[in-house]
Design a protein around this ligand. Structure first.
Ligand code: NAD
Length: 241
């Protein structure tokens, strides 16, 4: 989910190159077509469904359609996310609610509707963030939504281990995607803010979407067969300090 820009677009390309059949769910229909066409033109199998991940009926319809087309579901990469800025005093209540609705409730709905299709076991990956692990100024809604995914994933790991379904969380640091660019552009001195991100990252650069896609591929595949309930951080060292 969240598959037309940034992290999932890179993951969809990489998974497809590894012969996965990729179903992309996003709320942006025209953009889905662009990625699906690109993957199909490269000789791989892909399809797309439009859905708002915070709406149960839309998510169920989208996942059922993809599972029907491809004969099941083995991996869920629940990645769609939004950011809601402001302290708890500043942020409009609707923005706080919406951040939780998309980032946490959306992940819950995707898992709820994907798991019944995982009859041969599977792998679920939630995209959280380095900001699930540390605080962040004027980011209370986002950090709350992402930290909660870690708790949910741990409980899910226990519930679904007997069915061979592994559940892990991927925590990216700053990654060059439209979301990060919007955040940088929203600052008064965006160049200084971008530089501050680089300075605060031990590897001294912003990450690329394909660097997160490769971690997602590892978690999706049998290469991570003994991992469940884990939180995997790929943040250039940002939370090491
Ligand atoms: P992005 O904005 O490029 O992509 C997010 C995608 O989610 C978009 O395609 C958007 O259409 C989709 N989306 C948003 N709300 C949706 C909804 N209600 N229903 C369906 N689709 C919806 O951002 P990205 O950076 O690729 O973000 C992917 C994930 O990575 C997010 O969960 C984000 O919180 C997380 N993340 C990003 C960074 C970063 O620096 N870019 C860092 C840590 C975590």
């Amino acid at each position: 989910t969240g598959g037309v820009s940034g992290i999932v677009a890179a993951s969809a390309r990489l998974f497809a190159a590894e012969v996965a059949r990729v179903g992309i769910i996003d709320r942006q229909a025209d953009e889905i077509d662009r990625i699906v066409n690109e993957i199909q033109a490269a000789g791989s199998k892909a399809c797309g469904q439009t859905a708002d991940v915070s709406r149960s009926d839309e998510v169920q319809q989208a996942i059922d359609a993809i599972a029907a087309q491809f004969g099941g579901t083995h991996v869920l990469f629940a990645n769609a996310g939004v950011s809601g800025h402001g302290s708890v005093v500043e942020i409009p209540e609707d923005d706080f609610r919406r951040t939780i609705e998309v980032n946490l409730f959306g992940g819950f709905l995707c898992a709820r509707h994907a798991i019944p299709h995982m009859t041969d076991g599977g792998s679920i990956i939630f995209t959280a963030s380095e900001l699930a692990l540390v605080g962040s100024k004027r980011n209370a809604a986002y950090t709350a939504s992402k930290a909660a995914l870690i708790g949910m994933a741990r409980s899910m790991a226990l519930d679904h281990a007997p069915d061979g379904i592994r559940v892990n969380v991927l925590c990216p640091g700053p990654i060059d995607t439209p979301m990060l660019r919007r955040s940088i552009d929203g600052h008064e001195d965006s160049a200084a803010y971008a530089q501050m991100i680089v300075d605060e990252t031990p590897l001294q650069r912003i990450g690329r979407p394909d660097e997160i896609a490769r971690v997602a591929l590892f978690l999706a595949s049998d290469d991570s067969s003994y991992m469940t309930g884990s939180t995997v951080v790929a943040d250039g060292g940002a939370t090491a300090q």
